[in-house]
Design a protein around this ligand. Structure first.
Ligand SMILES: Nc1ncnc2c1ncn2[C@@H]1O[C@H](COP(=O)(O)OP(=O)(O)OP(=O)(O)O)[C@@H](O)[C@H]1O
Length: 684
């Protein structure tokens, strides 16, 4: 069935209403989706096993004017020369305030489609992964450039072979890698203060909407929202307060209750049932719950309740702002989203939330803070800059929240977080409340977390730690690299206008695939760490509000982003770790809604994921293709997993000496969960 016209029509449409007036349109869209989602072309599981490897008709070599990408992986770097098509490309991107560099009409940039894409620096010898490395581990990431012309998809994005100098390069978007030496990106270093080379970052993000409707805009919970109640919840640690079953039981103040109602929340999700009383009781917490299950409100609401109860000290009249709460998250878009949630729940209160993140004018961040700051939402790089410039004081910090905590503590952000907790003035862990949330929590990261948490912290596990959301229908297709684009187009044409995120492994590939899809008349935009912040926000907006139904993304968009109506996630490239897979597919199937995830499994490069994938699929009660089981079996080595992360799941609190307490969160009965043999493998 040819779905092309519908896409073409979409592509020709020039304007969409912006703002979150999603109601009517989405009703229409979901109807259409009902009709289109059953169209053939891709099915579940086994029917797609054993695809042959055909030569790719579309060469990703010179034929597309494919430029080599700078090896500088700094998301704040403003020195890139990027080709942007003047015609049809993002105008925003073309007149970036940040660049003194010449912007050239993009060789190979696609014209006539929204989002013409520049393809990176023309004069760099190297491209670089945005994802974590594969077998080369976490160290070093400088790799040879693309192979020459005509080699097709010869990305070497998984080699991970290092420069030998051992710098870490992870998913971390705030890390800079330069000249083989990796160091922490500081905004100050990035040129904003003029300390080092590089044009000033002058981007000032648009202010968030002020009207109440926009502030409280939300999407509907899905048909599976009530099924959350059947998920097994395990709370470990001593003297855990009992879970609450309703918002009323939380005994929040009237303003908060009003805001909760206006946000459309009527029923608690499991992570909220358990986390809210724990936080209200003043306990430290590590909470692990599936993607899209409401972790953000689980920490925001009790923190706000405490702040309302205890009163706040910071005010706009103070010279030094001393926030009571600091929330950190790994990406700019995610921290902005958390800020919007904080703003929503604190609406009508005296609590003022502020967001600061890289890629924006430092002066703007400072101006936001000096107007009064009780809750500071920040990415680590910008936070450390602001602290370094003594624009905030830490003495009043009572709550420190690490969202996507496993990412915040890994080798990417971990050192920065350690610096944060040892900053002058930062209350010790005994004096503050530290809260960590994620859908995944590898055991070795749990161990690192001890440094941040009081020893009696509580651990809440909703479902299996690191497990995929069951509302996502997962399909793994065996697709060789040379067939991927053809398959992608086939799938997207069948999908029609349904919102789809396509994940790839490198920034350059994101641009290339987005350009390619535009050439195929599929309206696409892209987000990755080499795009300027203005472009990233524009891309996300175009995707969120339906201008571009396809978003090609690197791992920068894998975690946390909560975008309404994302119906499909396609892993064009599988990520290097199973945790990353879980986060990526969690961009769909949120809040009880259903979604679909299709992943291209290339046996040439993805075999190390076979075993953890089989586990994730079977734990989420998905079909496991026979061919995948075979690969998993043939690559299984007892005691060692070829995955970049050894264990499939950290299934328990790593502290062994707690009094475990497992409950079905509605019924409240106990059932201890023993780790299965796979879980006993060590992380590497
Ligand atoms: N109790 C609730 N009732 C209705 N909607 C809710 C409730 N709790 C959260 N939501 C909504 O569910 C969506 C997902 O929530 P949130 O982004 O906090 O998930 P998450 O668990 O942090 O996901 P991720 O692991 O991907 O970061 C949001 O749109 C949020 O507003």
């Amino acid at each position: 069935m040819d779905d092309g016209p519908s896409r073409r029509n979409h592509f020709m449409r020039s304007g969409f209403a912006s703002g979150r007036s999603m109601g009517n349109r989405d009703a229409g869209e979901s109807n259409k989706r009902e009709n289109t989602s059953t169209m053939g072309g891709f099915g579940v599981g086994k029917s797609f096993g054993n695809r042959g490897f055909s030569n790719n008709k579309f060469e990703e070599g010179d034929s597309s004017g494919f430029w080599r990408e700078s090896n500088n992986d700094c998301e704040d770097n403003q020195t890139r020369n990027r080709g942007f098509s003047k015609r049809g490309g993002y105008q925003d991107g073309n007149h970036s305030e940040a660049s003194g560099s010449s912007r050239r009409g993009g060789r190979g940039s696609f014209r006539g489609c929204r989002g013409g894409f520049g393809l990176g620096s023309p004069n760099s010898e190297y491209e670089q992964d945005e994802g974590t490395q594969r077998t080369g581990g976490l160290f070093g990431s400088r790799r040879p450039a693309l192979s020459g012309a005509g080699n097709g998809d010869t990305y070497q994005s998984r080699s991970g072979s290092g420069s030998g100098r051992g710098g870490y390069k992870g998913l971390n978007e705030e890390v800079v890698t330069g000249s083989g030496k990796n160091y922490w990106k500081s905004e100050a270093e990035g040129g904003e203060s003029g300390d080092t080379q590089g044009p000033k970052v002058t981007y000032i993000p648009p202010p968030p909407p002020e009207d109440e409707d926009s502030i409280f805009a939300h999407y509907q919970t899905g048909i599976n929202f009530d099924k959350y109640d059947t998920i097994l919840v395990e709370v470990s640690g001593h003297d855990a307060p009992p879970a609450i079953l309703t918002f009323e039981e939380a005994n929040l103040c009237q303003t908060l209750n009003n805001n909760i109602a206006k946000a459309g929340y009527t029923k608690l999700t499991p992570v909220q049932k358990y986390s809210i009383p724990i936080i209200l009781a003043g306990r430290d917490l590590m909470a692990c719950a599936q993607t899209g299950s409401g972790k953000t409100a689980a920490f925001l609401l009790p923190i706000l309740a405490h702040m309302m109860r205890d009163g706040i000290t910071a005010s706009r009249f103070k010279e030094l702002q001393e926030p009571e709460c600091i929330i950190v998250a790994p990406t700019r878009e995610l921290i902005n989203q958390i800020y919007l949630e904080a703003r929503k729940f604190s609406f009508g209160t005296c609590v003022r939330a502020v967001v600061i993140y890289g890629g924006t004018q430092l002066g703007h961040s400072i101006r936001q803070i000096v107007q009064g700051c009780n809750i500071l939402c920040a990415t680590p790089g910008r936070l450390m800059d602001i602290i370094g410039k003594e624009k905030i004081g830490l003495r009043q910090v009572k709550y420190l929240v690490l969202d996507e905590a496993d990412r915040m503590l890994d080798m990417g952000f971990g050192p920065e977080m350690k610096k944060l907790i040892s900053c002058p003035g930062m209350p010790s862990k005994e004096q503050r409340q530290t809260l960590m949330f994620s859908a995944t929590f590898p055991e070795e990261i749990q161990r690192l977390a001890g440094e941040f948490l009081k020893s009696n912290y509580l651990f809440v596990a909703v479902g299996q730690v690191g497990g995929a959301c069951r509302d996502v229908q997962q399909t793994i297709l065996q697709v060789g690299q040379y067939s991927k684009r053809e398959k992608l187009v086939e799938i997207l044409q069948n999908i029609g206008d349904e919102r789809t995120m396509v994940f790839v492994e490198t920034k350059k590939k994101a641009d290339f695939i987005a350009t390619f899809l535009c050439q195929e008349k599929i309206s696409t935009t892209s987000i990755h760490g080499d795009r300027e912040q203005r472009e990233r926000e524009q891309a996300l907006g175009d995707f969120r509000y339906g201008k571009c139904p396809v978003l090609v993304a690197t791992s920068v968009a894998a975690r946390g982003l909560d975008i309404e109506n994302v119906q499909h996630v396609i892993n064009f490239d599988l990520p290097s770790t199973i945790d990353e897979y879980v986060h990526r597919i969690g961009r769909t199937g949120r809040c009880g809604n259903t979604g679909r995830a299709i992943s291209f499994f290339d046996p040439e490069s993805d075999n190390h994921l076979a075993q953890p994938l089989v586990k994730v699929l079977s734990d989420a009660q998905q079909d496991v293709p026979a061919w995948l089981e075979e690969i998993a079996f043939s690559t299984y080595v007892p005691g060692f997993s070829g995955s970049a992360r050894g264990n499939v799941f950290a299934s328990v609190d790593t502290r062994k000496n707690y009094q475990g307490k497992s409950t079905l969160n509605t019924a409240g009965f106990s059932s201890s969960q023993a780790p299965n043999p796979v879980d006993d493998e060590s992380w590497d």
